[in-house]
Ligand binder design. Structure first.
Ligand SMILES: [Zn+2]
Length: 250
């Protein structure tokens, strides 16, 4: 079963008791940590040990999506030694991380820069990437395993489309999409999605299930579900820390 465990789903900064962006993408025998925002290491350990991870995938170099990484490096270097942990990202993300972490980045991580033309195999999962509409180079990603598929938008403005993923690898079962704010009105020009835009993006790509994530802490989260349901006829859920969402057939 391909599924996502939510390690953190707050947008920009963590809500009380929450954590910034982070997900554990799990299939049979494969565990990939997708974005490691501040606060997500504590929650990861509820579900997997660092030794159990097959890789980390980072979508972009905004602090709320990766700044647990220096802490992870410390844990691996001093307390939980293991084989070098593979990390996949774009070149911009790697440059930012190397600047902050320094030499130990190559001691504890086996870093691989990837681009949107590649399909990366991690265990039994196939990972694909596409460039979103955001302030720094940012990957959306599609994961296929065990006959199911899911996409994660990471951060994006509304001009991004999931159609590229559909064209490359077929229908998408579940979309984990950001909805940072409820309404575009008052947020003109900001390169994030409203709840309505997330619903429209899911509808246009013909996905079966939509999970909304990355709400800023003061958002009325249930209202995001209502707004997405108004434009998307499939199943809509809110990401909740600790929750697990199967791509299909749960
Ligand atoms: Zn961002």
């Amino acid at each position: 079963m391909l599924a996502v465990r939510i390690l953190g789903c707050s947008g920009s900064y963590a809500a009380a008791g929450g954590a910034c962006t982070g997900y554990l993408v799990q299939s049979t025998g494969t565990n990939v940590w997708l974005d490691c925002g501040p606060g997500t290491l504590a929650n990861l350990q509820e579900f997997a040990a660092l030794a159990d991870l097959d890789a980390i995938v980072l979508t972009h170099a905004h602090p709320d999506h990766w700044l647990e990484l220096p802490i992870i490096a410390n844990a691996l270097e001093w307390y939980e030694p293991r084989d070098r942990l593979p990390v996949y990202s774009n070149a911009h993300m790697f440059a930012e991380a190397r600047e902050l972490i320094g030499q130990s980045i190559s001691t504890v991580f086996d870093w691989q820069i990837v681009d949107t033309t590649e399909t990366v195999t991690i265990g039994d999962q196939q990972w694909r990437f596409d460039e979103t509409d955001h302030y720094v180079p940012t990957f959306a990603t599609r994961i296929d395993a065990e006959g199911s598929s899911l996409v994660f938008s990471s951060d994006t403005g509304p001009s991004f489309s999931l159609q590229g993923f559909v064209d490359r690898a077929g229908p998408i079962d579940m979309a984990l999409l950001e909805s940072t704010f409820l309404d575009r009105v008052g947020n003109e020009g900001i390169l994030h999605l409203s709840a309505t835009e997330a619903g429209e993006m899911a509808a246009e790509a013909g996905v079966t299930r939509l999970v909304l994530t990355h709400q800023a802490p003061r958002e009325e989260r249930p209202a995001h579900v209502d707004a997405a349901r108004a434009v998307f006829g499939g199943d809509v859920a809110l990401a909740e820390v600790g929750g697990q969402y199967a791509a299909a057939g749960d």
